[in-house]
Design a binder for this molecule. Structure first.
Ligand code: TYD
Ligand code: MG
Length: 462
């Protein structure tokens, strides 16, 4: 049999019997190439050694930085040879966080190199001295040529390299401009593969905005082991470091920092930070017992309802999902008979925190009813629970963690969905919630009636 010369179009993958200048499948020019003809001497693949699922692998050692909030998010510390992507809005504090962390790692004995493509070495040195990091054995380079950076990693074999940022790095073998998706992907690929081979951990900084206007780093998320996002509201001091993907620890974990004049400072008790703005007995203000990662975070949810001056009523949300607010308003209208038509509705999560949990539904609903009726709720009581379209309350995960944190912070009561029987038995055995008054409800109309009276306006309260 005569072997057919096989050609393929590199643009669409179509197979052709012979070479042509233009692919008839996709119309691309100069895209057809001849496949490497497999000769008789091509070696067969080797047989892969298979292992048992039950065998316990050796866990990769994790090196803690000493910054507890960072180590928690990493799942205990940095893993040798791992790749981490740190994303976040420009100006949120990524460089500050990594300069502080890299200095700590270096002081802890890791050979660490910080490569900046955004600032001059002098600027970084000035910041380091202002943050009192000058004495750290961290080494610095201001460079954007990836070829040179790779050669340096190859020669120095450091334990950790920070690349700030991946958007400024470029490979001269590619035509596209630095910051383009092609460059970002290629740079990330080169760095992560070299790092794996050398056992060097790499942390890549990527500017990512919420509206996705700088989307390059999103396309490298699958190449790295850990994806962290640094978020916060520029108008507030605190910042949240969130693990959205982690091969070496739980994802969803958060670390909380405060941006101060002397860099980022760890916040050990985030609830006290978010509750610090709490006003006493204000209509429209309630305390939500939330969970971020494995940690309970209590925060205040504030609502304001006012007659809309004219035309379309406004719905304005800060820190929560606007679509979810619309749903809660519709459920309040349809199931509890409380309409908000013709009224402006403002909803705000105090402190600038962003909540993604449906467990905040009940707190939002009660803040809205409280704002509309002018009836303030007990400020010593926390609220949580998910609301279904039928108005039914659904129990939420990690109820015990929420109650325990509330009790620790001195709250005396909680409003929550009816819990399964076994949870209540555990309580009766005496434990987390102690003497807290737990008020459990099956549906939204029942809560509204109990707190605001049958008309939802505060009359005949029971
Ligand atoms: P930066 O780390 O440069 O942000 P990113 O790398 O994410 O773009 O942080 C910039 C902001 O942080 C800047 O507005 C100034 C502020 N900042 C402080 O408030 N205190 C400090 O000690 C430092 C170093 C920065
Ligand atoms: Mg920066």
């Amino acid at each position: 049999m005569v072997a057919q010369p096989a050609f393929h179009c590199t643009a669409c993958g179509a197979a052709h019997a012979k070479w042509a200048g233009r692919c008839d499948e996709c119309g691309a020019w100069n895209a057809i190439t001849e496949d490497d003809a497999p000769g008789p001497g091509v070696p067969r693949g080797r047989v892969i050694a298979l292992s048992d699922l039950g065998a316990l692998p050796e866990l990769p050692p994790q090196v803690p930085s000493g910054v507890a909030e960072l180590d928690r998010v990493l799942g205990g510390g940095l893993v040798a040879g791992s790749a981490v992507l740190l994303g976040g809005d420009p100006g949120i504090g990524k460089s500050t966080l990594l300069l502080q962390a890299a200095a700590r790692f270096a002081r802890g004995g890791l050979a660490t190199i910080y490569v900046t493509g955004e600032e001059s070495a002098a600027q970084v040195q000035m910041r380091a001295s202002r943050l009192n990091l000058g004495a750290s054995p961290l080494r610095l380079a201001a460079e954007t040529s990836l070829r040179d950076i790779l050669a340096t990693i190859e020669a120095e074999a450091p334990d950790l390299v920070v690349i700030d940022s991946i958007q400024t790095m470029w490979l001269d073998s590619l035509d596209s401009a630095p910051g383009s998706v092609t460059q970002v992907r290629a740079a990330a690929h080169e760095l992560t593969t070299l790092a794996k081979r050398k056992g060097t951990a790499v942390i890549l900084v990527g500017h990512v905005t919420k509206d996705g206007s700088i989307a390059g780093p999103r396309t490298v998320e699958h190449m790295v082991d850990t994806v962290l996002y640094f978020e916060g509201d520029p108008g507030h001091q605190f910042r949240i470091l969130r693990a959205v993907k982690n091969r070496f620890g739980p994802s969803g974990e958060i670390g909380v920092f405060e941006m101060t004049g002397r860099g980022l400072v760890e916040v050990k008790n985030p609830s006290s930070l978010f509750l610090s703005e709490r006003a006493r007995r204000t209509p429209g203000a309630v305390v939500f017992a939330g969970v971020e990662g494995t940690r309970a975070v209590l925060c205040e949810i504030q609502a304001l309802v006012a007659a809309a001056p004219s035309g379309q009523a406004r719905r304005s949300v800060v820190g929560w999902d606007g679509g979810r607010l619309a749903m809660i308003l519709a459920v309040l209208d349809a199931r509890a008979g409380l309409g908000f038509a013709g009224m402006d509705v403002y909803l705000n999560v105090a402190g600038g925190l962003r909540i993604g949990e449906p467990a905040a539904d009940l707190a939002v609903a009660l803040a809205l009813v409280s704002a509309q009726s002018g009836v303030a709720l007990d400020p010593e009581c926390v609220i949580f629970g998910e609301i279904g379209l039928s108005g039914a309350l659904r129990p939420v995960a990690q109820t015990e963690i929420r109650l325990k944190e509330a009790r620790k912070l001195g709250f005396t009561g909680a409003i929550l969905p009816v819990r399964p029987q076994r949870a209540r038995r555990r309580d009766a055995d005496g434990d987390d919630t102690g003497d807290m008054a737990l008020r459990e409800f099956a549906d939204l109309p029942a809560v509204v009636t109990a707190l605001f009276g049958p008309d939802g306006q505060g009359s005949n309260r029971v």
